[in-house]
Design a protein around this ligand. Sequence first.
Ligand code: MG
Length: 387
Amino acid sequence: MSENLKKRIAILGSTGSIGRQTLDVCSQHPDMFQVEMLTANTSSALLIEQALKFDPNCVVICDSSKYQEVFDALDPHGIKVFSGIESVEELVKGDNIDIVLTAMVGFAGLRPTLAAIKAGKTIALANKETLVAAGSLVTQLAAKYHAPILPVDSEHSAIFQCLHCGSQHEVEKLVLTCSGGPFRQKSREEVFNATVEQALAHPKWNMGAKITVDSASLMNKGLEIIEAKWLFGMQPEEIEVVIHPESIIHSMVRFRDGAIIAQLSDPDMRIPIQFALAYPGRLELDTARTDFPALGSMSFFAPDPERFPCLQLAYKALQKGGNTACAMNAANEVAVAAFLQQKIAFGQIPEVIDYAMSRTSFVADPQLEDIFETNAEAERIAKACLN
Ligand code: MG
């Protein structure tokens, strides 16, 4: 493929787990993908290392106290260096970028994602909080500006792949699989009093701290139900969650004739990442090939709402609609941070979320300013609840 046909990629959050794996995919297909922009929150040393290897047009270090260090390292190599989240919002609009992979953590990913959508970029969405907080707005703007949103989350990538087997009106149910996290077999008391160390020891996926805690509480699956609603235009009752500890089936679609299409592989995030970047094609990838005889069997269980109330909170937020999911997400970010700082017990995470969610002012049809206001209000209420 000639130089000008390469897909030019911006990676927002390149030093995190998804960002690093995206660079691994890019390095396996240098003839297909060109890395144009990298951004990091505070990890300056890794950002420098990545930039020296991939030679992007520019990088952004959001933490301005690290700017000089990054500038001194990269400026001699002709790589432009910027700081601050506003720079990310500005640079994603550049004519030199085709695909924006959004892997920033949490609500902070919303503004840069919206900027990229308004510039008509293809969005490879790895920041689920964007759709949870502002799904209605984000999908409306994506349609208006003809910005395709391709899922990177493994479950949604699986569903997206399965949907190629039928038409939208033939879909009866989306079945999201869930590993169950590290506390799947723990008692109610053990789950409630789980330590930070226990919560961060995920059995199947190696990820950042926030999403790992979300996976342990099943809030990650709650966020994914909401993400699925917006990505695929489904009603809450059309989205089911099933616990599948082996994490081989990444999700399924049931069609109206009862036929179920599933997407399978050994767990490896580079598959959904590469599927989004290469879409509509498929490229080679050096993943482990699933060995079915070695696997032997796969198991499935219903989620337990008693031990894992977060999943029900997400369904509740979807049913209520409006800005409720945004409030839930904000409260979850506060609660997870408090848990990681050992200020609250693991079992208090859903209590903080429920408290803040039910007290945040309801807005039926939130616009952008309402989303930011809701996020701030729910954060305030959640922080007050901690004390
Ligand atoms: Mg996922």
